[in-house]
Design a protein around this ligand. Structure first.
Ligand SMILES: O=c1ccn([C@@H]2O[C@H](COP(=O)(O)O)[C@@H](O)[C@H]2O)c(=O)[nH]1
Length: 275
């Protein structure tokens, strides 16, 4: 089954929410942990226990694992494996992007099922040109995995690049979405090639109705984005929206039932997406 089909099924069964696993140093401290590898593992596996049985998607942020070097990456591998075993789709937020020949190696790392870092989907950055990501798109298609390519990010610096206009008048963000839409053409019920559109973007400078793929929507909660922002930005595309929340939920830890309740509140807030 393609990633798009698996995601569609998971969103129907579990509700539309992606819960982030972001072991920020400040959150480790707030949880009464210290900033070390043992705490990283405790934090990540507590998140898996709380979220993976109920959330459609969990999203580990690779940076917070990589900062501990190879042993942090080993914790990430265990986090990915345990979350998938518990029934969640795992979307790794790692924002890779490089020239095509190097991109092929990144793709192998995250999308080849034989890799210890293999995930259901990952995030990609298109700013070496969307075509440079083709090796990842091709491997994702080969292994029924998914990708989410940055289009309109939630940070305030994004518009400088993403709102720029091409010679044909389209914004850069629109051109990214259009290339992914081409990859999703004819996919049923949902394509596997998603884009990232933040809840904090204000008015969209891109047409969001034609992707036929999922929208990963970060920026909700700690960055100021709201449920109403999501409703306003996406219009007819709302059923394909995957809202993503990290710190707002993680602050409920380290108690597993409290973390799960916080995740379930996010799921409940977004039931309207597929009502
Ligand atoms: O445009 C983007 C793309 C990715 N992110 C990532 O999502 C989470 C957001 O965390 P919160 O605590 O919910 O703010 C984080 O991992 C970012 O790297 C994003 O925020 N915006």
């Amino acid at each position: 089954m393609t990633f798009g089909a698996r995601l569609d099924k998971a969103l129907t069964a579990r509700g539309s929410a992606c819960i982030g696993i972001d072991p920020h140093p400040a959150l480790l401290t707030q949880w009464g942990l210290v900033d070390d590898l043992v705490s990283l593992e405790r934090f990540a596996l507590t998140c898996v226990e709380a979220f993976a049985p109920v959330a459609a998607v969990v999203k580990p942020q690779s940076a917070f694992f990589e900062r501990f070097g190879s042993r942090g990456v080993a914790v990430l591998e265990r986090t990915i494996a345990e979350a998938r075993n518990a029934g969640a789709l795992v979307l790794l937020d790692v924002k890779r992007g490089d020239i095509g020949s190097t991109m092929a190696a990144y793709a192998q790392a995250y999308l080849d099922p034989a890799s210890s870092l293999a995930v259901d989907a990952l995030t990609l950055s298109p700013y070496l040109g969307v075509g440079s990501l083709d090796p990842a798109f091709d491997l994702a298609a080969q292994h029924d995995a998914g990708v989410f390519t940055l289009a309109l990010t939630s940070n305030k610096e994004g518009p400088q690049v993403q709102h720029a206009r091409l010679s044909d008048g389209r914004t850069v963000a629109q051109s990214v979405i259009d290339e992914l839409a081409e990859r999703n053409r004819d996919a049923v019920p949902l394509g596997s090639f998603g884009v990232v559109v933040g809840a904090t973007i204000g008015e969209s400078v891109a047409e969001l109705g034609e992707l036929n793929g999922p929208y990963l929507v970060p920026g909700i909660g700690s960055q100021g984005g709201t449920v109403d922002d999501v409703r306003r930005i996406f219009g007819a595309a709302l059923p394909a929206v995957l809202p993503s929340v990290s710190r707002e939920v993680l602050r409920a830890g380290p108690d597993v039932p409290a973390l799960r309740s916080a995740a379930e509140r996010v799921i409940a807030d977004f039931t309207f997406l597929r009502a």
